[in-house]
Design a protein around this ligand. Structure first.
Ligand SMILES: C[S@@+](CC[C@H](N)C(=O)[O-])C[C@H]1O[C@@H](n2cnc3c(N)ncnc32)[C@H](O)[C@@H]1O
Length: 316
């Protein structure tokens, strides 16, 4: 057979398709589109001219050395960035969003975080928990006080909000908040006192792996799986089985891919300050549940953007 060298694979490659150059072009296109959005304009308005220029250059380029100047600026001009840098993943960053500080009294960068889609959806996640948890409590309430373990609870605002809005549940639940951060636990204790909920809550400031097991009716795991890769998420969800009684429920949240799709700018700011998310898909969540013996029985979201999926599952 005649040899046709120009059809060989190598020849095709010699046309010069360069994967790296292609990726750079895609990043460039994405950057331009995102820099054209209202959100980006709002953020860039919070920067002085030199930082604005550097931010335009460094967007989505975490290895760019100019990132350091942007980080220095953020740390001098944003409480949110300071909190995240000090303790990525701490509940304190959320506190800043939950308390909805007077926008006129905070720095322009913090105002950006408050008004960002990701920031607003964190607030909506809390509201979704407050409004949906009672539905699931109703399903498992059999006349005996329900034991609820809130793992890595932060201050435990979710159940505090439930009992504030639905006082009928005060006689029916006992909640244990477990968190390693003493600052978060102190905020929780203060809130519980302020709302007269002391009888409903206990607090343990420790690693959850050190907590005594009490076979809860409901385990709450919110904001914990969000940064964890799949294998570690699976390990954590397996350990959650120990906290639950047979047939007990878990409500666990995951940060979904929708978040980075909707708000890549805030995700990039978080990455600069050292807080990395591992965004999940519905398939990822199903895989985590089936690998750990939790049977999915429902879900709810931080409507309308659905950045956070709250999965309700039952211990098999
Ligand atoms: C992103 S915050 C979520 C807090 C809360 N669940 C919420 O939704 O607002 C994660 C929390 O996990 C806590 N944490 C991290 N590792 C922990 C561990 N091993 N045991 C207990 N708490 C832990 C942190 O202190 C922090 O309060």
């Amino acid at each position: 057979m005649m040899n046709l060298p120009f059809l060989k694979k190598k020849k095709t490659l010699d046309f010069g398709f360069n994967q790296l150059a292609y990726s750079r072009e895609l990043v460039y296109c994405l950057k331009q589109r995102i820099l054209d959005t209202e959100e980006a304009k709002y953020l860039l308005d919070a920067f002085p001219a030199d930082i604005k220029q550097k931010f335009r250059e460094c967007l989505f380029e975490p290895d760019n050395p100019k990132i350091k100047d942007i980080l220095d600026f953020l740390l001098k001009n944003s409480e949110t960035a300071k909190i995240i840098k000090r303790f990525p993943g701490s509940a304190e960053a959320f506190e800043y969003l939950y308390l909805a500080y007077d926008p006129n009294k905070i720095s322009p960068v913090d105002r950006y975080y408050l008004k960002s889609k990701a920031g607003i959806q964190i607030h909506r996640r809390l509201t979704a928990l407050r409004d949906n948890i009672p539905f699931w409590l109703e399903k498992i309430y059999k006349g005996k006080k329900l034991l609820i373990d809130n793992i890595a609870s932060g201050p435990g605002r979710d159940m505090i909000e439930v009992l504030k809005k639905f006082p009928g549940w005060r006689k029916k639940v006992q909640v244990r908040n477990i968190d390693i951060d003493p600052a978060a636990i102190d905020i929780g204790k203060r809130l519980v006192k302020e709302y007269g909920l002391e009888e409903n809550f206990s607090f343990e400031c420790k690693k959850y792996s050190k907590a005594e097991l009490r076979k809860a009716d409901l385990v709450i795991l919110v904001g914990v799986l969000c940064p964890l890769p799949m294998e570690i998420s699976i390990r954590v969800m397996k350990s959650m089985r120990l906290f639950s009684k047979p047939g007990g429920l878990i409500i666990c949240s995951t940060a979904q891919k929708e978040l980075i799709y909707d708000d890549p700018l805030t995700d990039f700011l978080m990455k600069i300050t050292g807080w990395y998310m591992d965004y999940k898909t519905d398939q990822d969540v199903s895989r985590i549940l089936s690998a750990t013996g939790w049977k999915p029985i429902g879900e709810f979201y931080d409507e309308p953007l659905r950045h956070h999926k709250m999965t309700v599952a039952q211990l098999n």
